[in-house]
Design a protein around this ligand. Sequence first.
Ligand SMILES: Cc1cc2nc3c(=O)[nH]c(=O)nc-3n(C[C@H](O)[C@H](O)[C@H](O)COP(=O)(O)OP(=O)(O)OC[C@H]3O[C@@H](n4cnc5c(N)ncnc54)[C@H](O)[C@@H]3O)c2cc1C
Length: 408
Amino acid sequence: MKKVVVLGAGYAGLHFIEKFQKRVDPAAVQIILVDQNDYHYQTTEIHQVAVGKTKPEQISYPIRDILNSEMTTFVQDRVLKIDPENKRVLLQKHAPIDYDYCILSLGFASETYGIPGAQQNTLPLTNVKDALAILAHFQKVADHYRKFHDPQDLQILICGMGYTGIELAGEINDIKPQLAKMAGCESKDIKITLINSLTRLLQQFDPKVAHYGVHTLTHLGIKIIPGATIKQIFPGVVNYVHTNDQTGQRHQLKGHTILWTTGVRGSQVIDDSGFANHHGRIKVTKHLTVPGHDELYSLGDVASVINPERAGEKYYSPSAQIALSMASFAARDLAGRLNGRPQKADYKYCWLGTVVSIGNTHAFGRALGVNVTGRSASVMKKLIADKSLYQVGGVGKMMKLGQFDLYH
Ligand SMILES: Cc1cc2nc3c(=O)[nH]c(=O)nc-3n(C[C@H](O)[C@H](O)[C@H](O)COP(=O)(O)OP(=O)(O)OC[C@H]3O[C@@H](n4cnc5c(N)ncnc54)[C@H](O)[C@@H]3O)c2cc1C
């Protein structure tokens, strides 16, 4: 009997199990899944929880629902470390687990790039708990404004204008009327500012698509500060320099809500386990294994896969899309090895596109080779989320939790 231990029940881990369970003989393989939570959540939707638009239970479901209990045992615990030499996983509460094969799919953590004060004085958005903390914070500043009329309570600063920052700004903008009601002010008094280190905004998109994105944000009243390199965060203050300013003169933005969406890194467990990595991501082999460890697969946000279409050593950006694709490949690859039919083909990723939402009805990006903006892009975004839901949780979860009101 071979023991396969899967660490993390996110997009990669759970999709791996869903595919793998169907491909191997239950009499020959035992699967153990470890996650710190007993639920799977759609990370791509957590910004909706952060603004109270969606409840956590609408974007999550019990992990056990997806497992074939004859083959797979679930252990709820926190992974501390992997000991690859002894093929063992160390957990916080349970005894160590030995494995024949292990799937590393522990996902991401917020990246502060060592900027002083970022960890202590900002709110990240990486999981359901973070999202609920942001929601509770909005209530706190609204209550404070009601009592003291401090204008800083109405200033929302979002550090980082990546997809998460933009999507979060859009969602907050949608709920401004509710926030205003809570605080006892007018919607127009609530100010949202996106702080971006790059001077060219959304440069990864076609110029027309980028223009749509920037124009929509500014038209909605969301202020963008481009070319601002954040140097330090104090309580209620973002300290930055203009990216091209040689003098290094510091500027300040003040606000009682500072949200941190500058980027993510792979799980800290990857560093703690001594794997060679860059920002918590392991540069995997062509079969998605850890170099020198054929028995270890690294998938999703803890892996780096080279994008052959880009010059130099450029990697695909982490996303739910690539996490699902890697999981599917690894399930076939490992099942093939266990069934005595090793796969010859190397992993290839077919990027289907990226669509970024701005609130419930605006979006922009590129999907299936076509530039998309506006309502149609927003519909596309919801369909993409439904597809991911289907890929991990099957038809039942998609029907229960999917977004079918595509136009509102
Ligand atoms: C707000 C937001 C919006 C996003 N939108 C999109 C989008 O629209 N499209 C897209 O493609 N991507 C999007 N992403 C990125 C996407 O969510 C990630 O790339 C994806 O979740 C990675 O999947 P994963 O399986 O590697 O990790 P995850 O889905 O993060 O799963 C990791 C799992 O590991 C568990 N875990 C972590 N550490 C431990 C530990 N020490 N012990 C035990 N368990 C642990 C976690 O509980 C979790 O279940 C978004 C991300 C964010 C934050």
